[in-house]
Write a protein that binds this ligand. Structure first.
Ligand code: PGA
Length: 256
């Protein structure tokens, strides 16, 4: 089935790669990436790498941050402001990744504040939601994810919501090699689309891109992207090598 939404392949490099490795990756992919009319390709890297990557990004690659503070400036040692990210030239920012929620005290409230701040500085938020294995086994996935989406989107306007990309990342699937089945991913992602419809309207729900993340590789991405509600992937490990990233991008074009 032909999808109307432009797919997104976003790499989340986490705390990997030094400057030379990052630049080598960019030089390897720049000429190979298809036009942004076919697929949006993004690499989210450590803050220290962002400026040098932005300077060398080809026209089909965008650079994103992995986190930011919601305040413009102030006494927040070690944090990065949305204003600084904007002046650095990045276009996207991951917000509420489960590693930040679990290890760095990110809450639904801070996620919401960060989304507001990102939109103010014209950074496209990639907002992560997803359940633990324990919640899934108790049958609480839908309630949990619905609440995360509702809280993330509090007081976000109808116009702004179209800028947001949602990434459904079941925590048990991240970095474990245990991908959600295409059916599991599609079921939760279509629930998320329904929540967006309830909060806004059908038109907005049809436009919002919703990605799957969690052990996506070139070997399993096709079956995920064949699902009608899955608009791309947020990828950790398999985004680190240029050849693997390019395969993911090819799959997005083929399955859109
Ligand atoms: P993974 O990470 O692809 O290595 O599972 C995904 C993510 O954390 O966004």
């Amino acid at each position: 089935m032909k999808k109307t939404r432009i797919p997104v392949i976003a790499g989340n490099w986490k705390m990997n790669k030094v400057r030379d490795e990052a630049l080598q990756f960019i030089y390897s992919v720049n000429q190979e990436l298809p036009s942004p009319n076919k697929v949006e390709t993004v690499i989210c890297a450590s803050d220290v790498l962002l400026r040098c990557m932005v300077k060398r990004q080809g026209e089909n690659l965008k650079i994103g941050a992995q986190n930011m503070h919601f305040k413009e400036f102030g006494a927040f040692t070690g944090e990065t402001s949305p204003k600084l990210l904007e002046t650095t030239g990045v276009s996207y920012v991951i917000i509420g990744h489960s590693e930040r929620r679990q290890m760095f005290g990110e809450t639904d409230e801070s996620v919401n504040k960060k989304i507001h701040a990102a939109l103010k500085y014209e950074l496209k938020p990639i907002v992560c939601v997803g359940e633990t294995l324990e919640l899934r086994e108790k049958g609480l996935t839908n309630v949990w994810v619905k609440t995360q989406v509702e809280k993330a989107f509090e007081n976000i306007s109808l116009d702004d919501v179209k800028q947001i990309i949602i990434a459904y990342e079941p925590i048990w699937a991240i970095g474990t090699g245990k991908t959600a089945t295409p059916e599991q991913a599609e079921q939760t992602i279509s629930l998320i689309r329904d929540v967006v419809k309830e909060l806004y309207n059908e038109e907005v729900a049809d436009q919002v891109r919703i990605l799957y993340g969690g052990s996506v590789t070139p070997n399993n991405i096709d079956d995920l992207l064949k699902q009608s509600n899955i608009d791309g992937a947020l990828v950790g490990g398999a985004s680190l090598e240029a050849a693997s990233f390019l395969k993911l991008v090819d799959s997005a074009v083929k399955n859109s």
